[in-house]
Ligand binder design. Structure first.
Ligand code: NAP
Ligand code: MG
Length: 408
């Protein structure tokens, strides 16, 4: 018998699908069932990173999922619980397993880029921001892997490096304490900074946006200066020609100047931040743009693997309501955009423009739905007031998007 030809769009190569927890998992299934599977014929390699499965497999499933992304170069991930003491009890866990995102990021040696989804009726708090600002945060070292001493009284604070190859140590006095105080040691590695820089160049080129990198090398003439040097070396060696050909630029500026410039800009740049700056700036950006549920996130490895995600977590509070049988107005848009980001990339790599086009239409359907006033609870608080505004439950929003998608 001849195989029936479906009218679904064929996605040629494999996508690694990583499932997660709680309300995010509930929305994940709705999005797949109502917006993706009716239209696409996908080859999905599925990994269930729900906390129960991580516990059962002693977290091996997380490592397998990360390796699958390495193998296929592309994945999409649902939010997952990072266990703490309460979760240990709630799920009766064998161990307080590590953050899956941390594990995946370490295996891929990747950098996380966050960017907002913009609609006309949700105005950013900074009026002139017209285009998304993408933040890339270096997620290794500095103050996040420090050593600190609470200095009890007078004495000498020193910085010492002991070479493994032998030879005399390098020794510097940090401060001669005359009374009590505090002392901190931080580090970074050339390898990690270079991976960070490479991921930033890859993603700026992917998104065709200018890349800014900021540090404070006027004050930190060795530490921050090393970041600047590595970015510059990488740029000149591997990226300058590609950037010129794409009409985008790389430029370095001091962190304080970057902050001043970003406020005055219209957006549309990738801002590469050192670890602490990225921590602070990504939260600032999230609130300026309106809602955490309208923020996407993508992990890019220096080898060019991509893992797409929503920036929000599992939306625990909504899930407990859902378990009680109550309907919730949780926003699925960042989850939808995780899928469309992944599909656009898959289509681009596979040279299947119909897949890219489908993903763009689905994004357009989401934006038009929100702009028509159909929104979830998180957005009713920030959307421009209008008589058309109507708050719907999660499923109501997904149904509205599905209906609009059919018309595009
Ligand atoms: P969260 O899940 O992002 O939720 C924080 C609050 O933000 C929610 O209570 C809700 O506010 C609002 N919110 C987030 N996403 C929303 C959505 N899609 N629609 C509507 N409102 C949304 O963060 P959390 O409560 O701190 O963390 C919950 C769990 O998620 C934790 O176990 C954590 O480990 C995990 N987590 C995972 C990831 C990840 O896998 N990428 C990231 C962060 C956190 P209201 O309650 O005011 O409505
Ligand atoms: Mg933070």
């Amino acid at each position: 018998m001849k195989k029936m030809k479906t009218d679904k769009i064929e996605v040629k190569n494999t996508i690694v699908e990583i499932d997660g927890d709680e309300m995010a998992r509930v929305m994940w299934k709705m999005v797949k069932d109502k917006l993706l599977l009716p239209h696409l014929d996908m080859k999905l390699e599925y990994y269930d990173l729900g906390l129960k499965m991580r516990d059962e497999t002693e977290d091996k499933i997380t490592i397998e999922a990360a390796n699958a992304i390495k193998r296929h170069g592309l994945g999409v991930k649902c939010a997952t619980i990072t266990p703490n003491k309460e979760r240990m009890k709630e799920y009766n866990l064998k161990q307080e397993w590590k953050s899956p995102n941390g594990t995946i990021r370490a295996i891929l040696d990747g950098t996380v880029f966050r960017s907002p989804i913009l609609t006309k009726n949700i105005q950013p708090a900074v009026r002139n921001w017209k285009k998304p600002i993408i933040i890339g945060r270096h997620a290794y070292g500095d103050v996040y892997k420090n050593q600190e001493i609470s200095v009890p009284g007078p004495g000498k604070g020193e910085l010492i490096f002991t070479p493994a190859a032998g030879g005399s140590p390098i020794r510097l006095t940090i401060h001669e304490f005359t009374g009590s105080g505090i002392l901190q040691g931080i580090h970074n590695t050339d390898k990690s900074i270079r991976s960070f820089a490479t991921s930033c160049f890859i993603y700026a080129l992917d998104q065709k946006v200018d890349l800014w990198f900021s540090s404070k090398d006027t004050i930190s003439k060795t530490y921050d200066a090393r970041f600047r040097e590595i970015f510059q070396e990488e740029y000149e060696r591997n990226w300058k020609k590609k950037f010129d050909d794409s009409g985008i630029v790389y430029f370095f500026t001091l962190i304080d100047d970057a902050v001043a410039r970003i406020i005055k800009s219209e957006g549309g740049v990738l801002w590469a931040c050192k670890n602490y700056d990225g921590d602070v700036m990504s939260d600032m950006l999230g609130s300026v743009y309106g809602s955490l549920a309208m923020m996407t996130s993508v992990l890019v490895s220096p080898e060019g693997s991509f893992e797409y995600e929503a920036a929000h977590g599992t939306v625990q509070k909504h899930y407990y309501k859902h378990l009680k049988g109550e309907k919730t107005s949780s926003n699925p848009i960042a989850i939808i955009f995780a899928w469309t980001g992944c599909l656009k990339k898959r289509g681009e790599l596979d040279k299947t423009p119909d897949v890219v086009e489908f993903a763009k239409k689905l994004e357009q359907a989401c934006i038009e739905t929100v702009e028509s006033g159909i929104v979830t609870g998180d957005l009713t608080k920030v959307a421009t007031p209008s008589p058309n505004n109507k708050q719907v439950y999660t499923e109501g929003l997904i149904d509205a998007v599905a209906a609009r998608l059919k018309k595009i």
